[in-house]
Design a protein. Structure first.
Length: 166
């Protein structure tokens, strides 16, 4: 049996993330778990915690790669049954989040989110954006990113991307 595919859900981890963005992340986490994907996040608050909560409520596996060195820093939605891995790498843990994933779902945008999108693009990891960044190339032309209108569209796009890679 092939291993369960892993999707990184990334986005702002701030306490002031708009509620509608948190709801999108929660629904995306739920749908990812419902469709058999494991969810990996940076393990803290905001979009990361919302996606973890959605996946956990659906019985999914949630993995948190923490920036600090203490497992106790995990967001409140990483239960003891899920995996919380302290990396001690600070923001450099973003590279591990991307490396651990078969696909990346960016919900909203922050500087950390942009770094994860860039790392995923560099490594060929499929990226789907849901209300996230719009990126321009050096000539000022838009970079083609897979943009989803809803969590359901995002999960469908990820499933398609992984089937075509498989």
């Amino acid at each position: 049996m092939p291993p369960r595919p892993v999707v990184a859900v990334v986005g702002p981890g701030d306490a002031d993330v708009p509620p509608e963005l948190l709801e999108l992340a929660r629904e995306a986490g739920r749908l990812l778990a419902q469709n058999g994907f494991a969810v990996v996040t940076g393990g803290l608050g905001g979009v990361m915690a919302a996606a973890a909560l959605g996946a956990r409520r659906e019985g999914g596996l949630v993995i948190g790669l923490l920036p600090g060195g203490d497992r106790a820093d995990a967001g409140e939605h990483l239960s003891p049954l899920d995996v919380a891995l302290p990396t001690g790498l600070g923001q450099a843990r973003n590279a591990l989040v991307v490396a651990a994933a078969d696909a990346l779902l960016a919900v909203g945008g922050s500087w950390g989110t942009l770094s994860e999108i860039a790392l995923a693009r560099r490594t060929g990891t499929p990226v789907v954006c849901l209300r996230g960044w719009q990126v321009l190339d050096a000539a000022g032309a838009p970079v083609a990113l897979d943009v989803a209108a809803s969590p359901a569209d995002a999960v469908a796009a990820i499933a398609r991307a992984l089937r075509s890679d498989g």
